[in-house]
Write a protein that binds this ligand. Structure first.
Ligand code: PMP
Length: 380
């Protein structure tokens, strides 16, 4: 019999049946009145739930496209960008910006730690930056940046656009755009929204839209806010073909989020994360992210002595769960497990027990049961 495999990588995350059904629907013309209504409602919901007086762009592409869209619409060649990096995905902004002739300064945290807000503030006082990027949750480290505190501090720098990468956080970690003084929030469909990969989402607050207007004609075509804005305001218009079924899938994801409530969703993520993280520690793993700065969307677990990465992940896959390996200096030393989006308790129990069976196979002295007992205690 074909074994079920739990996809517990940090994106794509498990896609529930009702979202799959939307992707499997018969595709209609993008001018179909029913589709136009659905697309308009999705756009309105995204603006209302994440609270912005600005706009949202829902465009076929991935998180990287959304990152590039944020940069391309707020900065021009010769501008200065401050990149606050908590890992691999924070660093991704460097090349995106450099290729556009933007001057880049980087403040990097040691992997697992955060860059203190005061350090960011000092840097902003030293030099005029047209924008700053912060990755809310860097998937490579499992570190959560204090985006609300940074947003508060950013009030002292009204000419700097505050860009937040929410690819591994939005819809799992709490984010409110205008309330947190965020100018651009960007994300993708495949993580805490629990949709398959394929949609990039970029919210732009009023200040970001003013900045776009001040840039005039930009050298980008597909990702230009000005090209998409008429479609976001009136989806009967055409610019580039919308990903009809993916937009339906996003709409169903947002319907589930509304049904649950974003605050409740955040609480659920937090509870699940604390349980998963406690279970991982009970099984002998060490979490890369420092306590107090741990994401609720995923956990980055460093192997105990004697566990080989490839053997662990291969055995775990045989036991029915797929996780991701470490990145950068942590390749071979750590695995990453997602617990965001529409994962439920069955997924968490399934993943932890699969890890228990794996550890039991790899380590003769392993005491089976510590992980699952801890998980269940934390969840109860
Ligand atoms: N930013 C973060 C924080 C991410 O985790 C990822 C993907 N893992 C990206 C950006 C890039 O997104 P994508 O792979 O969808 O292009």
């Amino acid at each position: 019999m074909k074994k079920r495999k739990l996809v517990m990588i940090p994106g794509p995350t498990p896609v529930v049946r009702s979202i799959q059904d939307q992707m499997g629907r018969e595709t209609v013309a993008f001018g179909d009145p029913g589709f136009v209504k659905d697309f308009s409602e999705l756009i309105e919901d995204l603006k209302t739930i994440w609270k912005t007086k600005g706009e949202v762009f829902v465009v076929a592409g991935t998180g990287t496209m959304a990152m590039e869209m944020a940069i391309a619409n707020t900065l021009k060649s010769g501008d200065n960008l401050l990149i606050v990096s908590h890992g691999f995905f924070g660093d991704r902004f460097i090349e995106i910006a450099e290729r556009k002739g933007i001057n880049v300064d980087i403040i990097k945290a040691e992997w697992g730690k955060i860059v203190p807000v005061a350090e960011i503030e000092r840097k902003l006082k030293d030099r005029k930056y047209q924008a700053i990027t912060v990755t809310h949750v860097d998937t490579s480290t499992g570190v959560k940046a204090p985006i609300e505190e940074i947003g508060e501090m950013m009030k002292n720098f009204p000419d700097t656009i505050y860009i937040v990468d929410g690819v591994c956080s939005t819809a799992g970690e709490l984010e409110y755009i205008d309330d947190m003084n965020i100018d651009i929030l960007l994300t993708g469909s495949q993580k805490a929204f629990g949709v398959a990969p394929g949609i990039g989402i970029v919210w732009a607050g009023p200040k970001a839209l003013d900045r776009r207007a001040s840039l005039g004609r930009i050298p980008e075509y597909y990702i230009d806010f000005d090209k998409w804005l008429p479609i976001m305001k009136d989806p009967t218009k055409y610019y580039a073909t919308p990903a009809v079924n993916m937009i339906w899938a996003m709409k169903e994801s947002v319907r589930l989020i509304k049904e649950e409530g974003l605050e409740n969703r955040y609480k659920r993520h937090k509870k699940n994360a604390l349980a998963m993280q406690a279970a991982l520690e009970a099984m002998g793993f060490r979490l890369l992210a420092e306590e107090g700065h741990r994401a609720v969307t995923l956990s980055n677990a460093i192997y105990p002595e004697g566990i080989d990465d490839l053997e662990f992940r291969k055995t775990l896959a045989e036991e029915g769960a797929v996780v991701a390996g470490g990145l950068g200096a942590y390749a071979g030393k750590m695995f990453r497990i997602g617990h965001m989006g529409n994962v439920d308790v069955h997924d968490l129990v399934g993943a932890i027990t699969a890890i228990e069976r794996t550890m039991d196979r790899l380590n003769p002295n392993y005491e089976v049961g510590k992980g699952i007992t801890t998980l269940l205690n934390e969840l109860s």
